[in-house]
Design a binder for this molecule. Structure first.
Ligand SMILES: Nc1nc2c(c(=O)[nH]1)N[C@H]1C(S)=C(S)[C@@H](COP(=O)(O)OP(=O)(O)OC[C@H]3O[C@@H](n4cnc5c(=O)[nH]c(N)nc54)[C@H](O)[C@@H]3O)O[C@H]1N2
Ligand SMILES: Nc1nc2c(c(=O)[nH]1)N[C@H]1C(S)=C(S)[C@@H](COP(=O)(O)OP(=O)(O)OC[C@H]3O[C@@H](n4cnc5c(=O)[nH]c(N)nc54)[C@H](O)[C@@H]3O)O[C@H]1N2
Ligand SMILES: [Mo]
Length: 689
């Protein structure tokens, strides 16, 4: 913390970090006056933040000081099927009751207790540090945290040994950037700054996305392929690179396994001439040819891949195929060439096990539940394949009732009368509404944390700028208190947040230097794979058996379903929300307006739908009413249901996950949110249902 001046009232500048699930992980400067944050700015001296913040986070104080913050522990006094009613209780009473409920379950089988969390905050302390210790000591079920990125993560790891890629700043020097499955202007704004620098210096930008996003508007070219066909496009590019001999044979020979030979990737790619690709992807054959030519003949060529394109059945295979493209052309040789999906593998100094202490499990059996199938899993009885029925659920940093797929089942699961649910939250979300206890958690302005990033390679610190509001406590403190209430006496439960922060990294990150500057950059090679050296066992990239896989729900794989539900729906993020966070911040909700679906004029006309008509999106799983917008942002055959609204702030208490399904991706066990067939019809407010 460094004081600006000694004027009264004293203003102090505090080093912060944006906690949200976004690749940018911005360095914040918070101005505090009389114990209150009055301004949130991006730090001008942090390279990737460069003084700019997105609209959401520049208004962060509005979220922290929101009139609807939960600031006391709340106990449910209504049934799970009734309108939610809660009454305030003391921390002592809440902790004692929760500990006795968990104690009784754990005496039978601790694996009937299920933690459920994701990246509501990306902070290492308020994430899984003390929570991990608590659940490990308890012997609770583990959670497979798959809801966002696990298909892509598994694919990158299989191909390159870890989640690694190009360094963010060098995109500014690229001559060609493929922005693939990413609406960077909305969801990765600080990458866009570098891409824009490259554009001004003459680089060509090509956006590959079914939706004509605000990012596509700013690129030189937009290729609007059908959802879930990226693997076919990548194979088509490979076919062209082979046919024109645009390959870097030396790079392939020296650094890649599984390319040549019988059953090699080269052979599979030859089966994908431009005409076949065009048919599968719903684009023109010349688009494939042109893209291949640009990619092969422009250097350095970079790919910014994002997780949008892996939320389909074949998402892992598609990531793998795209990730291999820079090996075919040798683009990795230049620091401004290659690919970036995630940079999180660079954070070797992060000592996860020191924070979470898996040894506290002491060899007890462990069942793992996949968070992407929480709907089905809450409804599952005890069984030989599944293990014990889930009897208690402790939710923090996540809003599963809104964000998990196939919400009709998720809601039914949370409504089980015999389920004991504790939710640590800032607000009464859809999930908190179904809790037995809601425990008030601090926001990023009120607690200490340390952060890595999945888009850049700096470690950041977030100092507590102000004291906790009301009776709110940091997640770390809540799990410390629960541990004490359960009678856990291990010394690690006494660690303070500062002690945790000092345990988080190995010596490469000097904590005191981190505190002074607010961030520390990792020392990394500029062009990490110029000479191969991937993190796989033998140092070579692995092609594996990567191939294109059609979506679960498509004309090819399920023609009968496609006849009844002919529209492919994707549900990418709305720019002014972050998943379901910020939906309750009125100024941001006002910008988004209302839940809407973008539909192409041809598809609207075929259904007699007028612009701004109320419609319902439906399939066998459910029905979601919203406003239709006839828009060139939608391509024919694809509708864009922008996410993720709070159900209770949407129309008729639902959101877009009413119609998504729980089938998992080919690799990593991720959800396939964007692999979803629907039909749309006019909606008259519920009379037709
Ligand atoms: N403003 C804002 N920023 C965010 C988020 C947010 O909700 N709002 N979410 C954050 C989170 S959790 C994440 S994981 C990251 C990344 O979040 P992502 O969900 O990857 O977000 P986008 O970058 O918007 O990428 C999605 C893009 O992929 C496109 N897409 C959908 N299906 C396909 C497909 O089959 N193929 C291709 N090529 N494209 C497809 C969508 O139209 C959309 O433009 O962003 C983070 N940043
Ligand atoms: N249909 C569809 N569904 C999607 C997506 C999509 O594109 N389409 N995107 C998916 C993706 S990429 C993701 S990552 C998931 C995200 O899903 P979630 O991880 O559930 O993210 P959020 O909806 O932002 O909810 C995070 C919650 O954590 C709370 N929170 C934040 N900080 C703290 C804290 O310090 N302590 C406590 N106790 N709580 C805190 C916030 O108030 C918020 O309610 O959603 C997925 N769902
Ligand atoms: Mo995500």
């Amino acid at each position: 913390m460094h004081s600006l001046s000694s004027r009264t009232p004293t203003q102090a500048l505090v080093n912060g970090a944006c906690p949200h699930d976004c690749p940018d992980t911005c360095a914040l400067a918070l101005t505090v006056e009389n114990g209150r944050v009055i301004k949130v700015q991006g730090r001008a001296d942090h390279p990737s933040t460069h003084g700019a913040l997105c609209t959401k986070v520049s208004r962060y104080a509005e979220r922290t000081y929101h009139a609807e913050r939960v600031l006391q522990p709340l106990k449910r006094v209504s049934g799970k099927h009734e309108a939610p009613r809660f009454e305030p209780v003391t921390w002592a009473a809440a902790l004692a009751d929760i500990a006795s409920r968990l104690g009784a379950i754990s005496a039978r089988d601790p694996q009937a207790i299920q933690p459920y969390s994701y990246a509501g905050t990306m902070g290492l302390l308020q994430g899984e540090a003390m929570a991990g210790r608590f659940f490990n000591r308890l012997g609770a079920s583990l959670l497979d945290r798959t809801i966002c990125a696990s298909a892509g993560a598994a694919a990158l790891t299989a191909t390159y040994g870890h989640k690694l890629g190009m360094h963010l700043p060098y995109f500014a020097e690229s001559r060609l950037i493929l922005i693939w499955g990413s609406n960077s202007i909305a969801s990765n704004l600080h990458f866009w700054t570098y891409a824009n620098q490259a554009k001004r210096a003459g680089a060509k930008l090509i956006c590959i996305d079914p939706r004509k996003t605000e990012t596509a508007d700013k690129c030189h070219q937009h290729i609007a392929l059908m959802p879930g066909t990226d693997g076919a496009l990548a194979l088509g590019l490979m076919q062209q690179l082979i046919a024109h001999d645009w390959l870097d044979h030396d790079y392939l020979r020296d650094h890649v396994d599984g390319w040549d030979g019988v059953g090699g990737l080269r052979e599979r790619a030859l089966a994908w001439p431009p005409e076949r690709v065009a048919e599968v992807c719903g684009i023109a054959a010349d688009e494939v040819r042109g893209l291949a030519r640009d990619y092969a003949q422009t250097a350095p060529a970079a790919i910014r891949l994002n997780y949008g394109m892996q939320r389909v059945r074949g998402g892992g295979n598609a990531v793998r195929l795209i990730a291999l493209l820079p090996c075919l052309t040798g683009a990795w040789r230049n620091r401004a060439g290659g690919l970036l999906l995630s940079s999180s593998g660079w954070f070797a100094p992060y000592k996860r096990a020191d924070l979470e202490r898996p040894e506290l499990r002491a060899g007890r059996p462990t069942r793992t539940v996949n968070m992407s199938t929480i709907g089905d899993d809450l409804l599952r009885p005890t069984g030989p394949d599944f293990g014990p029925q889930i009897e208690a659920l402790i939710v923090y940093n996540s809003n599963p009732v809104a964000v998990a797929p196939e919400s009709p089942k998720v809601v039914r699961g949370f409504q089980r009368a015999d389920l004991f649910t504790v939710v640590l939250e800032h607000f009464m979300t859809d999930t908190a509404d179904l809790a037995d206890y809601v425990l008030p958690a601090t926001t990023q302005m009120e607690h200490l944390d340390v952060h890595t990033s999945y888009g850049h390679t700096d470690v950041l610190i977030n100092e507590a700028a102000v004291a906790p509001l009301g009776e709110a406590r940091p997640n770390t403190q809540i799990f410390r208190d629960l541990a004490a209430a359960m009678g856990f006496t291990e010394a690690c439960f006494a660690d303070t947040d500062e002690q945790l922060a000092r345990q988080a990294f190995s010596a490469e990150i000097d904590f005191d230097a981190l505190r002074v500057q607010g961030w520390q950059s990792l020392p990394l090679a500029e062009a990490p794979f110029a000479n191969g050296g991937f993190l796989t066992a033998n140092g070579r990239a692995q092609c594996g058996d990567a191939d294109h896989l059609a979506n679960y729900e498509s004309v090819v794989s399920s023609p009968e379903l496609a006849a009844r539900y002919p529209l492919a729906m994707i549900s990418p993020p709305a720019r002014n929300f972050l998943n379901s966070s910020f939906v309750n911040v009125k100024s941001l909700r006002d910008i988004e307006g209302e839940p809407l679906v973008e539909i192409h004029a041809v598809d609207a006309a075929a259904r007699g739908l007028a612009d701004r008509a109320m419609v319902r999106i439906f399939n066998d799983r459910g029905s979601y009413p919203c406003r239709a917008r006839i828009s060139a942002r939608a391509r024919p055959g694809v509708v864009n249901g922008l996410g993720v609204w709070w159900r209770k702030l949407g129309v008729a208490g639902s959101n877009v996950n009413e119609v998504t399904h729980q089938r998992l991706t080919d690799m990593g066990g991720g959800p396939s949110f964007y692999d979803c067939l629907v039909e749309i019809e006019a909606w008259d407010g519920g009379q037709t249902e």
